[in-house]
Design a binder for this molecule. Structure first.
Ligand SMILES: Cc1ncc(COP(=O)(O)O)c(C=O)c1O
Length: 353
């Protein structure tokens, strides 16, 4: 009998990375447009000198540094090859086949993929009419089989964010057997002080995990490193299921250097948020529907015009992230990149009535 791969993988959607087109302005992957500072590049170069050696398997130095940086006990912190790897490790640590994982839809496109990879069942809860998490419906979707519930805050791709009181009320309602995973990949770009800090929410809660990343605000998307903060038993299991040596030595060194350069790196987020508001206002003025965003991107509701909008942007050498039939997510770049995008948006033909 010939070999066969898992039949269910035929239905698994591919994770679609933002496209890279030579010479184009890339606003498709929610990266920062600014290069890493010299101190971070030097740390990467120094680490590369020993590339013939394996990195620390348990990420000892970066884990200790991250714990100290966050003021968290180390037993709560795990390091992974990007927060998406940690999201998958959380599911591997929590779920066996057939158990349920609840998340909003739309939300981060990796959630259904990693859920299926671990053999769990996804339960998608539609966003509200204003593109926010429907917390009542999400609480109502929890069953005895639910093991994990993801909340991306701010949400990808909508940019919308939950506020402290509503999230606290929700966490109080979720049964103890469900691990809520608060995915805060974009929290550093939030400017509303009422967008909660997941680590503060986690205090005294034994069923909340927080995921964060060095990819976005810290500008290290290319080396792949992120972290989770979770109850010690969950953290131990998350570490256990990780691929040995998954975080390479350049990534470990870059994360440490990025924490040392945090003031400089995080100072870049404010101007991105200012640009976000400028871009959104301009789009609203043009007649686009764009929910308020607390992230480093905006979401344009385009419905069946999404594919044409994507094509129009590509013709102007601007790469956005199209979710065909739904909308386009556009990363906030440098002011001149945003201007180029707005010029493209302005020349996209309005819908015919
Ligand atoms: C909501 C959310 N979580 C996690 C990630 C993964 O980030 P990384 O694996 O680069 O840390 C992304 C990336 O786009 C995201 O949008």
């Amino acid at each position: 009998m010939p070999i066969s791969v898992r039949a269910d993988l035929a239905e698994l959607p591919d994770y679609v990375p933002g496209r890279k087109i030579p010479g184009a302005i890339v606003l498709s992957s929610n990266e920062v447009s600014t290069h890493a500072p010299a101190s971070v590049l030097a740390a990467i170069t120094d680490a590369a000198a020993d590339v013939n050696r394996y990195p620390q398997m348990a990420n000892d130095d970066v884990q200790a540094k991250t714990a100290a940086y966050l003021g968290q006990p180390e037993e709560r912190v795990a390091i992974g090859a990007g927060s998406v790897a940690l999201a998958q490790q959380v599911l591997q640590a929590m779920c066996v086949e057939g158990q349920e994982v609840v998340f909003a839809w739309r939300s981060f496109e990796a959630y259904p993929i990693i859920t299926q990879i671990v053999g769990a069942r996804d339960v998608r809860v539609p966003l509200t009419a204003d593109y926010r998490h429907d917390l009542d419906a999400m609480a109502g979707a929890v069953t005895d089989d639910t093991r994990v519930l993801f909340i991306a805050n701010p949400n990808n791709p909508t940019g919308t964010a939950l506020r402290t009181a509503e999230l606290e009320r929700f966490l109080d309602r979720v049964p103890d057997h469900v691990l809520v995973v608060l995915d805060e990949a974009y929290r550093e770009f939030a400017t509303d002080p009422d967008v909660p800090d997941g680590l503060a929410l986690a205090e005294g809660r034994e069923n909340l995990a927080v995921l964060r990343t060095f990819s976005k605000a810290y500008g290290l998307a290319g080396v792949r490193v992120g972290y989770s903060v979770a109850p010690p038993a969950v953290t131990a299991a998350v570490r256990k299921v990780g691929i040995p040596f998954a975080v390479n030595r350049m990534a470990q060194a870059a994360a440490i250097a990025a924490m040392d350069a945090a003031d400089e790196l995080l100072a870049r987020c404010g101007p991105v948020a200012v640009e976000r508001e400028r871009v959104r206002s301009a789009l609203l003025e043009m007649g686009y529907e764009v929910p308020p965003s607390q992230a480093n991107f905006v979401w344009l509701l385009l419905g069946d015009r999404t594919a044409a909008f994507n094509q129009h942007c590509l013709e102007q050498k601007i790469v956005v992230r199209a979710f065909v039939g739904d909308g386009a997510r556009v990363t906030i770049g440098l002011p001149e990149e945003n201007d180029a995008f707005l010029a493209a948006a302005r020349t996209f033909p309005p819908p015919r009535n």
